[in-house]
Ligand binder design. Structure first.
Ligand SMILES: NC(=O)c1ccc[n+]([C@@H]2O[C@H](COP(=O)([O-])OP(=O)(O)OC[C@H]3O[C@@H](n4cnc5c(N)ncnc54)[C@H](O)[C@@H]3O)[C@@H](O)[C@H]2O)c1
Length: 441
């Protein structure tokens, strides 16, 4: 079977490479020429563990990349994996999706049967709208939302918790049969298939992300009280998580969720409620807690020093989570901006080389922030980063305990740590003379 994947970002590259590994003949299509060029030469334009190896294994064999839509003519299945960012009002911006649909219309023959699969996260009603846009074409539209977690996305592709497939009608057997062929690899592997209608599939994705975001905001709110009353949020999370009805995942207090999905998807879900004249009481609170959390943490830092002007900080972690280079809505970047705005100097570090590279590029490219070029340094070595600083701020959930804290204690100017992810062994740190400030502990 020939398959096209339109949009080769985090989701699209993994989808294209994964389908190639299944043995399909795959073409990845993107409007970004430099991305296509890199991919065709076996270079992955983003960091994801194990991805480049798989890309190299298949590229120019059963996997190619192009900026042309022509290959979709020969594809039975066309995946849409373009971005659906947030527009200025908080809605999902569907410009990229609709522009891709227009290009599909211009390219395919009306009579040629195709299955168009929407993998991008799209508001309820979008699959129906795409079908309408393709009226007169012999196509079926399938909603197949993506659930991969950046940082372990390759693993997730081959080990999904579930596969959601939304169809216009469950009476039509053809698209269901084709999608089962596409995902045949998972047959007999205990992967639940949820076969449903478009609207349900679309809402499963938003509800899942909003629920996880709510768990995070919930524990972050409790952490604020724990902080005030001398309780330890780590123990609270641990004990709560022992109840299987609650579960221990997404229950770590910190400086809030970031990334390319949760913030925008929570906001887009709020909009979907409002567009349907329903007040999203809980989900709005989830969003608000998250917006406030980083400000609350920053206040802690400010309260300690009084004035940050002229101070130097090591910010450990740049991307929105461990093992990724993705800076979208990264809390670390938000905090860097806050610290720089207070007149302080920032030395930033992340274990992922590409996260450091992206940070350097982002600040250089962003003209309005060019000034920060003088006050922000991105370093390749953690020990260089902490040298002579007035404080260390942890922003990404890496296990920093594995570092040599005795050495760090000798390098810093002032022994104080603000642990925005509650990762450090407090006893050990305090023994070395550090003052420790976590989130709710
Ligand atoms: N990143 C994640 O972890 C994740 C997880 C689940 C779902 N999603 C959803 O998947 C979708 C894609 O996310 P992403 O992170 O991969 O985005 P991305 O921004 O990394 O990639 C999108 C790609 O689409 C390309 N593109 C835009 N318009 C195009 C067009 N008309 N034709 C061809 N290519 C085009 C862009 O050049 C870019 O390479 C979004 O809806 C997102 O919400 C993302």
């Amino acid at each position: 079977m020939k398959i096209s994947v339109i949009g080769t970002g985090y989701v699209g590259i993994i989808q294209a490479v994964g389908l190639a590994e299944f043995g399909f003949e795959v073409v990845g299509i993107d409007i970004d020429e430099s991305k296509v060029k890199a991919l065709n030469s076996g270079e992955c334009p983003l960091y994801e563990e194990g991805l480049e190896e798989l890309l190299k294994k298949h590229v120019n064999k059963n996997l190619t990349f192009t900026t042309s839509y022509e290959p979709i003519k020969d594809s039975e299945v066309i995946f849409l994996c373009v971005g659906t960012p947030q527009d200025k009002d908080g809605n999902a911006d569907l410009r990229f999706l609709f522009s891709a649909v227009e290009k599909i219309k211009e390219t395919i023959d009306k009579e040629d049967y195709k299955v168009i699969v929407i993998k991008s996260t799209v508001p309820v009603g979008t699959n129906r709208k795409v079908k309408e846009l393709l009226r007169g074409y012999n196509v079926d539209v399938v909603s197949n939302p993506e659930f991969l977690r950046e940082g372990i996305a390759v693993y997730d592709f081959f080990n999904p918790e579930r596969i959601i497939l939304g169809f216009e009608s469950l009476d039509k057997k053809k698209p269901i049969e084709i999608m089962k062929k596409v995902y045949n690899y998972f047959e007999g592997k205990n992967v639940p298939f949820v076969i449903t209608n478009w609207e349900t599939a679309e809402l499963i994705k938003y509800a899942s992300n909003a629920f996880l975001a709510t768990k995070i905001s919930f524990i972050n709110e409790i952490a604020k009280l724990a902080d005030k009353v001398g309780a330890d949020i780590k123990n609270i999370s641990y004990a709560m998580g022992l109840d299987p009805r609650i579960g221990n995942k997404f229950l770590n207090a910190g400086i809030g969720y970031g990334g390319s999905c949760f913030p925008k998807d929570v906001k887009a879900l709020i909009k979907q409620f409002e567009n349907n004249n329903i007040e999203p009481i809980l989900i709005k609170a989830t969003d608000r807690v998250n917006e406030e959390q980083i400000k609350w943490f920053f206040e802690k830092i400010k309260n300690y020093y009084g004035n940050l002007n002229g101070k130097t900080f090591a910010i450990l972690g740049l991307a929105f989570k461990p093992n990724t280079d993705d800076l979208r809505e990264s809390r670390a970047i938000k905090l860097i901006d806050m610290v720089l705005d207070s007149g302080a100097i920032v030395k930033g570090f992340d274990y992922v080389e590409k996260a450091r590279e992206n940070t350097t590029n982002m600040y250089k490219l962003n003209k309005s922030k060019a000034f920060y070029g003088y006050n922000l340094y991105v370093l390749d070595d953690l020990y260089e980063t902490v040298k002579d600083v007035d404080g260390i701020i942890i922003t990404v959930e890496y296990d920093f305990n594995k570092e040599d804290w005795e050495k760090i204690a000798n390098l810093v100017k002032e022994k104080v740590v603000f642990d925005g992810r509650n990762v450090l062994d407090v006893k050990k740190i305090k023994k070395l003379g550090f003052k420790y400030y976590g989130v709710g502990r």
